[in-house]
Each structure stands twice: as C-alpha cells, then as structure tokens.
Design a protein around this ligand. Structure first.
Ligand code: COA
Length: 259
C-alpha cells in the first residue's frame, strides 16, 4: 500500500490521480491494487479527507468547493466501485462513506452533512443463508440528490436513494427511496412532511435572527413540490414543459379523469 497527498500522480500499477490544483496536504489517498482513478476538481478543498482504495479499478471523484465549506470524510472504495461527491458539499465532522463490490455512492451538489453521518453501500462483512449459501446482504448503490441535508447521526444504507432538497432527521436510517423535498425521520426513515424547502444559512448566525416565514431568507433554487414517483421537476421552462406533457399523456390515457 502507498499513501500520497493530493497531487497529480501515476504509478506502475495503473493507479492515477488527475488534479491540477494547488497541493493539499489534508487530502490523502491510499492505493492498494491497481487501475484506481482519482479525479479531483482544481477548486476542491477539504478540512480533512482520506480516500482508501482497498483493491483495484475503483474510482473517486470530488467536485469543486467554491465557498470553501468545511468538509471532511473517510472514504473506502473497493473493487470496481465508485464514489462521486458533487460541488459545494459540506460536513460538520467527518462523514464515513463506503462502496465496494462494483457499486457506487453518488452524492449530489450542495449536500449538507452534519456530525456522525454514514453512507454505506455495503455492510463491510458478508452474511450468508446457511441453507443455500447465498449471500444475504449484497452491496447496493446509493444516490443522494442535490441539496440534501442529513441531520446529526443520520445513516444512509445500501440501496437507498434520496431525492433533491430533502431533510433526513437526526439519528434516522435511510434504507429505501425517499422522494424530493420531504422531511423523512426514523428507522427505517419514512416521510413525515412533503413540499418542504430548507436553507443553508445558520439560524443563529445570519440575520434576521427570527425567521417566522420565507420572507426572511433568500430562496435557493430547490423550492419545489414533492414528486411522488419521479425526480424533482424544478419550476423552470423544462419543468413546465414536463408538467404539460404529463397532463397530455394523462388526458390521452384517461380522457374523463383528466377533465
Ligand atoms: C428533521 C427535523 C429537522 C424535523 O423538524 P420538524 O419539522 O420540527 O419536525 P417535528 O418536530 O414537527 O416532527 C414531525 C414528526 O416527526 C417526528 N420526528 C422528528 N424528528 C425525528 C427524528 N429525528 N427521529 C424520529 N422521529 C422524529 C416527531 O416526533 C413528529 O412525529 P409525530 O407527528 O408523530 O408527533 C428535526 O427533527 C431534526 O432532526 N433536527 C436535528 C437537526 C440537526 O441535527 N441539526 C444539526 C446541525 S446540521
């Protein structure tokens, strides 16, 4: 195993770091095996980040951090696995991220991790059915959409997806699909409120110090209604076109119901 700080790198095993930003000693990468790829945006930064390639043909991608947000993480990337972290992602304390056995963890832009968060696409150790010998706990990919907030102690487990703009409550465990712009809590996490939007500026630090309604904040682009069976459709031209198309399809399928 070799551990290197973030800088352009290539070795005889085919491990490679693609990065042309300034040296960043607080981002380190450990390589075992070969054919692993690290691609880090020149404007990326982290308070502390360690990526551990456990075996071969893994991929780790990190986006820009234009607002220099605090971000720290311990990332495990196994055989043929991928971890991709978007732009402007923050973490109050180190988030644990793991993907092995060819699956991926995709984390969108502007995601906000709190303290003690974990994102685990695998369980770390295999569990088998004693009669059939079949694997019980297969690794499964995870996708966290843009502008998702994971509150203190929340975990995201194999196979989970979280739609953009949603909030996962403190101590909650996400195991399935959570739609966009909802609050989901509990274990397993379930939706307790739809059609919500949250904003990043801290309640205690950014005036006005009482925020009884949305007139007190600058709205981000993530103010959307919850879409039950699909991805969030923003209130944009494309969103309006998509909504109109859906209405037309409904009208063709069921002319009476759509009236
Ligand atoms: C997710 C959260 C923001 C939602 O707050 P809220 O909208 O005021 O939610 P409410 O208090 O109205 O709770 C709604 C329901 O969910 C339940 N609930 C709320 N948070 C929960 C949690 N973390 N786990 C389990 N259930 C929870 C409530 O008991 C309530 O259930 P009920 O309707 O049966 O009584 C909040 O619960 C939370 O987790 N706060 C911690 C934030 C944090 O970690 N901040 C650290 C800095 S990033």
């Amino acid at each position: 195993m070799i551990t290197v700080p973030l800088a352009a790198y290539e070795d005889d095993e085919g491990n490679r770091i693609e990065y042309d930003g300034p040296p960043r000693e607080n981002i380190t990468i450990a390589f075992r095996g070969g054919g692993n790829l690290v691609r880090v945006h020149a404007k990326a930064s982290a308070t502390k980040l360690h990526v551990d390639f456990n075996s071969s043909n893994g991929t780790f991608i990190l986006g820009a951090n234009p607002h220099q947000r605090a971000f720290s993480a311990g990332v495990r990337v196994g055989e043929d696995a991928t971890v991709r972290i978007g732009n402007g992602v923050s973490a109050t304390a180190a988030v644990t991220i793991s993907a092995v056995e060819g699956v991926s963890v995709i984390i969108g832009n502007d995601v906000m991790f709190a303290t003690a968060n974990q994102v685990r696409a695998d369980d770390g150790h295999p569990i088998f059915d004693v009669r059939s010998g079949k694997r019980v706990n297969k690794a499964r990919s995870i996708r966290i959409g843009d502008h998702v907030w994971l509150a203190y102690g929340a975990m995201v487990l194999a196979g989970a997806t979280i739609g953009e703009g949603s909030v996962i409550g403190a101590g909650s465990i996400v195991t399935r699909r959570i739609p966009n712009n909802v609050i989901a809590v509990g274990s397993p996490a379930t939706v307790v409120r739809k059609d919500i939007a949250w904003e990043r500026p801290h309640l205690g630090l950014v005036a006005p110090f009482y925020k009884p309604d949305a007139s007190t904040v600058q709205k981000s682009k993530y103010w959307n209604r919850t879409v039950e069976n699909g991805t969030a459709i923003r209130r944009t031209f494309l969103g309006r076109v998509a909504r109109r198309l859906r209405r037309m399809v409904r009208a063709v399928r069921s002319p009476r119901a759509s009236r």
